[in-house]
Design a protein around this ligand. Structure first.
Ligand SMILES: [Zn+2]
Length: 397
C-alpha cells in the first residue's frame, strides 16, 4: 500500500476559503474528505472511532511553516511582486494623495492584482500557506517519507513570476517542482532527478510551462546541450477566446524549439472519451521522459457542470474520467504529488477530489454512496450522493 499524506491545516483551509474565485471551496472539499473518513485526522475529533476498520487512510500533514515565508516565495517570484503581494492588506491605506494613488494603480496593474485577481484580506497568509503546502508535499517525496502526497489547495498554475493571473497568485507547483529538482534523487542513474508535470485542468497551465521553458536544450555558441529536468504537459481546451492566450498552448510542431514544453489542445466539450483517446500519447511521453517524480495538477473545471470552465464535458467515472486518469498516473508507480486547481462547481469538485483521494489510497467509493451528514451536506442536493453527472457530449475533441 502506498504511503499517502494529505496536506491540510485549519489555517490553510481558512485562508484558501477566502480565495475570491472559490469562496468556501476549501472547507467543502476537506470536510467531505473528513466525513468519508479518508484521512487520519489528528487535529479534528474523530467521529468514526467506533466503526474503525482496516481501510487505508491518508495521514494529515500540516504545511511546514518554514516554507511560508518571503524567502520561499522569492525562490521563484520576483522580489517586487512578493513585496507587493505580502503587503496587500495595507494597500488601501498606503497613500491618499493623487501621485500615491497613481503609483499604487501602476503597481497593481503591473502585478496583475486586479480584475480576476483582486486583493483580499487573507492574501498574504494565503500566498504563504499555499506555497508552503505544495513545498511540504514535495519535500516529503524528496525525503522518501511518502509515496503520494495530496494538496487540494494547490495547483495554482496561472501565476507568473512577477504577476497574478487567472485566479492564481502564487506559483506553488513551480516552487514544489523546483524543490524536487534540487532535493530529490535520480533513481538508478547519475545526475539530477527528472520531474514530469501533468496538467489536466481545462485551462492551459501557462504559469508552470513558462517557468520551465527549456530552450537551452539546444547548444548555443557551441555549448553542450543540457536536457532539462522538468517536462510540462498540459491537456486543455484551446480556442482563440479561451483563457489563457499562450504561444505554447497549441500542438507543438515537429521541429519545436521547446520539446519539453508539451501541450495537447482539445476542441470544445472534451468528454471522457477524448481523454481516453489521447492517453496513449501521455503514456508515450511519460515512457520516453522516464521521470523520477510526477506532479499532477488535477483541476476539475472540465467537468460538465462547471460554471467557469463551461467548455468541458468531462466525467468523474468511466474510462477516461477523472478517476480513471488518476488510476493511470498512480500505476506509473512514481513518487507522486497531486494538486487541485480549477473547479468552480464546489460540490462537484469536492466529489471528484474526495473520490480521487480514495483511488490514491487504493479504496473504492462508488458514485451512489450517500454523502455523510456533515456541515456542508445541504450543498449536495438534490441527489445527496457522490455522483457527478456524466458529460453530455461523448465525442472525441
Ligand atoms: Zn482552469
Amino acid at each position: 500500500m502506498p504511503r499517502v499524506q494529505y496536506v491540510w491545516s485549519t489555517a490553510l483551509q481558512a485562508a484558501a476559503d477566502q480565495l475570491p474565485a472559490n469562496i468556501g471551496r476549501s472547507s467543502i472539499v476537506h470536510d467531505l474528505v473528513f466525513a468519508l473518513d479518508l484521512v487520519e485526522n489528528a487535529v479534528q475529533p474523530d467521529q468514526h472511532l467506533g466503526s474503525r476498520d482496516r481501510q487505508p487512510r491518508g495521514r494529515v500533514i500540516c504545511p511546514d511553516l518554514i516554507y511560508a515565508s518571503f524567502a520561499s516565495l522569492e525562490k521563484y517570484h520576483d522580489k517586487a511582486y512578493v513585496e507587493y503581494l505580502l503587503a496587500t492588506s495595507d494597500q488601501s491605506t498606503t497613500s491618499d494623495d493623487e501621485a500615491g494613488s497613481k503609483r499604487k494603480r501602476r503597481r497593481t496593474e503591473l502585478h496583475g492584482l486586479e480584475h480576476d485577481c483582486p486583493t483580499f484580506d487573507a492574501l498574504p497568509q494565503y500566498a504563504c500557506l499555499v506555497a508552503a503546502s505544495t513545498m511540504t508535499a514535495c519535500q516529503l517525496l524528496a525525503e522518501g517519507e511518502s509515496d503520494i502526497t495530496i494538496n487540494w489547495d494547490g495547483g495554482r498554475h496561472h501565476a507568473m513570476r512577477n504577476r497574478a493571473s487567472g485566479f492564481c497568485y502564487v506559483a506553488d507547483a513551480v516552487l514544489g517542482i523546483m524543490l524536487l529538482s534540487k532535493k530529490g534523487e535520480a533513481k538508478g542513474r547519475k545526475g539530477r532527478p527528472r520531474i514530469l508535470y501533468l496538467d489536466l485542468d481545462l485551462h492551459y497551465g501557462d504559469g508552470v510551462a513558462q517557468a520551465f521553458l527549456s530552450p537551452r536544450r539546444y547548444a548555443i555558441n557551441g555549448g553542450q546541450p543540457r536536457p532539462p529536468q522538468v517536462l510540462t504537459l498540459s491537456i486543455h481546451h484551446r480556442s482563440p477566446v479561451f483563457f489563457p492566450p499562450s504561444p505554447y498552448s497549441d500542438l507543438p510542431a515537429e521541429n519545436t524549439t521547446h520539446p519539453f514544453t508539451l501541450s495537447i489542445p482539445l476542441s470544445a466539450y472534451p468528454s471522457r472519451m477524448t481523454y481516453a483517446a489521447i492517453w496513449p500519447s501521455v503514456e508515450r511521453i511519460r515512457h520516453s521522459f522516464n521521470p523520477d517524480y510526477v506532479v499532477l495538477q488535477l483541476g476539475v473545471d472540465g467537468l460538465a457542470r462547471d460554471p467557469i470552465g463551461q467548455f468541458g464535458s468531462w466525467s468523474v467515472d468511466g474510462e477516461g474520467g477523472v478517476l480513471w486518469c488518476v488510476e493511470q498516473v498512480k500505476a506509473w508507480d512514481k513518487p507522486l504529488c497531486v494538486l487541485g486547481g480549477g473547479g468552480y462547481n464546489h460540490a462537484d469538485s469536492a466529489r471528484a477530489w474526495a473520490r480521487s483521494t480514495a483511488v490514491l489510497l487504493g479504496r473504492e467509493i462508488s458514485s451512489n454512496t450517500p454523502v455523510p451528514e456533515h456541515d456542508h451536506w445541504p450543498e449536495y442536493g438534490p441527489s445527496f450522493t457522490l455522483e457527478v453527472s456524466e458529460g453530455r457530449s461523448l465525442r472525441c475533441g
